[in-house]
Write a protein that binds this ligand. Sequence first.
Ligand code: FMN
Length: 188
Amino acid sequence: MSHASATAAPVREAALRRRSRSRVNDESPTRAELLELVTAAGTVADHSGLRPWRLIELRGDDRLTVGRALAKACGARGDKADRGARRLLRAPLVIAVVSSPRSSSKVPEWEQESVTSGVAHLLSLLLDEAGWGVFWRTGSHTRDKKVAKAHKLSKNEKLLGWLYVGGSNEADRKPRKLIDAADFIGGL
Ligand SMILES: Cc1cc2nc3c(=O)[nH]c(=O)nc-3n(C[C@H](O)[C@H](O)[C@H](O)COP(=O)(O)O)c2cc1C
């Protein structure tokens, strides 16, 4: 096995380049492209292979349905609720990330949510690498009942937020300040 830094490392390079993009344009990946990327994201480590997650692809007015529920959950009414709902229109594609825990005596729910989170992180990286802008958003009402209902979640399912996806300009990519890894990995 050769030393990591001596070989091409496309995954590491993609990770080092990734940036969240809060502003995106109206272009978006096709469903076919999305399916390819989700297939790749679905390779994350998954205790017992439970696949305890699913994604909801929100385009067009479906974004407003969710936006209205979020605005209502925040207590907004009338014009304020309409303005709030339109926040979901910030990207042409919004992907709701859903943890769908399976019944398991071996794998607790927190492990299953970790898998869902892993899928969302890997999908974000894959979309970024493919040239799309991605921004993972949540908010204090992410797990409100009205919001769950708008997504038609079943009782045990929980949202982990939304990936806002759209076209982005390579020139907008801000350089990242890297962490000092030694601060984050030590011994006992
Ligand atoms: C689970 C999760 C939820 C997030 N929710 C929000 C959010 O609601 N609003 C926000 O400004 N950033 C949110 N972020 C952070 C951004 O997605 C993004 O990571 C951050 O702006 C840093 O940018 P970077 O990814 O380029 O380092 C969230 C990140 C994660 C992982």
